[in-house]
Design a binder for this molecule. Sequence first.
Ligand SMILES: *Cc1c(COP(=O)(O)O)cnc(C)c1O
Length: 236
Amino acid sequence: MADLDKSRQAVLARIAVALSAAGRQPDACQLLAVSKTFPAEAVRQCYATGQRAFGENYVQELQEKVVALADLADIEWHFIGPLQSNKSRTVAELAHWVHGIDRLKIAERLSAQRPANLPLLNVCVQVNVSGEASKSGCTPAEAVALAQAVAGLPRLRLRGLMCLPEPGAVDLAAQFALLRSLSDTLRSTGLALDTLSMGMSADLETAIAQGSTLVRVGTALFGARHTVAAPAPVKE
Ligand SMILES: *Cc1c(COP(=O)(O)O)cnc(C)c1O
């Protein structure tokens, strides 16, 4: 607990310094705690330090943590991984946000499957800003048309754009700037976007300098991830 409090304060301090260096308001960038592979108990401890927004990449893991932490009424779940069509219903029912919308078909399914008694599902369109063939996300050329189509779906609320640049790329700032400029273009067509989901543990300063409003941070909060999910705690 002491450690998570310390690591979270350190990340919040990095965000504050980066915002100030960019001449931006102190509350202009939120922290999303990426808890994938860490047990529900780690999320509970992080929540106890004041954190509310958590990011998960795997549908089954999201489901398990939502159940285990159902008593934390104001926790906010962000699904940030690639989403297969056959798992979209679970995410539509459990998540508050989905960051990786990269094709219209998945957005249409989420909209159709979002329960009527829940608020609209917040979504970001993911753009492949690095051009790597292996990366998910629509191309920059597709982004405007996709975002406009997603914005028209009844049970979704398009909040903005998300990217996952090539780690350590020499033109990292340019990749973030590309997402920012696509967002500006979309806003000029009348869409009310408020989110640029970009920046992680290693590059959040660069992302904030380019306008990030939400950094997704795992390692700097929870420590290094193992390749397999961490074992469940023996007891609460
Ligand atoms: C895992 C992950 C993160 C967090 O990365 P860290 O380097 O651990 O901060 C952020 N965004 C996405 C999409 C991820 O999959």
